[in-house]
Design a protein around this ligand. Structure first.
Ligand code: ATP
Length: 354
């Protein structure tokens, strides 16, 4: 059966909306933030409700909705719609369900789903970011052209699993698995900053864009195992000699504050990427993250965009050194709930929900 999201939303009881998401990733702050804004909350889980939420009562959803597997969510559309559910996507939600199924899911969802086409394909992502005027690490099409350190990324290898560094063609040949699709990117040496923005197409105040306004709520650095701790055992070369290849699997997030003089560049990048998205596919909206490396020339190289809430916002459930200047105690989870509330009160839910 197919469902029309617009009609479904039109039929919702707007005074009784429920904020729902999958119980993982950044769900604690999504539920916590929604509750602070007066929404009911629903946690989608596989099997029994996870006990974890008993430990954090202020972030526990009002109701759990158990499915046999996340892939089964599309079979529960009617039951969820009865609860006036608005889904909040996060990285794990989209990954567990699969990009295509997520795009096709017949339930009102916060954000513009069209962004997935541009973001989930590394080539399309490069077209978007470069045409927005952002600098990306150089892409290398032919491995024989490797003349400087590169990082090799397998398509769909989430969380950096299986990525490897090669300093020349010979090393690439030794490490590559030709059975998987991959892209090769210049390895940028510098400091990593994952910048968390929030774009509202309905905001009237603040850092205004051609439509709406942009906020920068926080930033983090990912803690990645075991590359980040590899030097405790010696150089990467030494590790490889004993058969250990460093990996980039994210295990946590560290709060970051940037040199203040770089902040104007941060806003310029955010603005460009939003304006280009408006032109290309009607605009992404809500939280997004630019994943960057800053070189010693103080240049930002953007290696990825994530067009939804990222787990790097989790250290800031009671505000960040930036969001404090917007509103005390503002988390990204709460900002999402606010956006839904404001759009509802303005009669503009269709502008932020697809
Ligand atoms: P996710 O979807 O979780 O963001 P991913 O699997 O798409 O991850 P990337 O974010 O592209 O992978 O890369 C994983 C990690 O590899 C980054 O967090 C960063 O530490 C490192 N990395 C990626 N690209 C580069 C680059 N060009 N130069 C240096 N380091 C990089």
């Amino acid at each position: 059966m197919s469902f029309n999201v617009k009609d479904m939303l039109a039929g919702y009881d707007k005074d009784n909306l429920t904020i729902a998401t999958v119980c993982s990733h950044s769900s604690l702050q999504i539920f916590h933030g929604a509750r602070m804004e007066g929404f009911k909350t629903l946690g989608i889980c596989v099997g029994k409700p996870p006990r974890l939420y008993d430990a954090f009562p202020l972030a526990k959803p009002d109701e759990f909705f158990a499915v046999d597997s996340y892939k089964d969510i599309p079979n529960h559309v009617e039951e969820l719609a009865k609860r006036n559910v608005i889904l909040i996507p996060h990285g794990s939600f989209v990954e567990y369900l699969g990009t295509k199924q997520f795009e096709a899911l017949g339930l009102p969802t916060f954000g513009n789903r069209k962004v997935l086409e541009w973001e989930s394909d590394r080539k399309a992502e490069r077209v978007w970011l470069e045409s927005a005027g952002l600098t990306m690490p150089e892409g290398i099409n032919d491995p024989r052209d490797i003349t400087k350190p590169v990082i090799v990324k397998y398509q769909g290898a989430k969380g950096g699993r299986g990525f490897f560094i090669a300093k020349n063609y010979h090393e690439f040949q030794r490490k590559i698995n030709h059975e998987q699709e991959y892209t090769i990117q210049e390895f940028v040496l510098g400091t990593r900053y994952y910048i968390h923005y929030f774009y509202s197409p309905i905001a009237q105040e603040g850092y205004k864009l051609s439509k709406g306004a942009l906020q920068m709520l926080s930033m983090d650095r990912r803690d990645e195992t075991n590359i980040d701790e590899a030097n405790r055992l010696g150089s990467i070369k030494e590790l490889e000699e004993v058969g250990i290849t460093p990996t980039f699997v994210v295990t946590g997030n560290i709060p970051i504050v940037l040199r203040e003089s770089l902040l104007p560049k941060v806003f310029e990048m955010g603005e460009r990427v939003v304006e280009k998205s408006l032109e290309l596919f009607g605009g992404m909206l809500g939280p997004f993250c630019l994943e960057t490396v800053v070189t010693d020339q103080l240049e930002f190289k953007v290696f990825e965009i994530s067009a939804r809430i990222v787990a790097g916002t989790n250290p800031y459930i009671n505000g960040s050194p930036y969001s404090e200047f917007i509103e005390p105690g503002l988390s990204t989870g709460r900002r999402i709930a606010q956006e839904i509330k404001r759009a509802r009160d303005l009669g503009k839910l269709e502008d932020i929900i697809t």
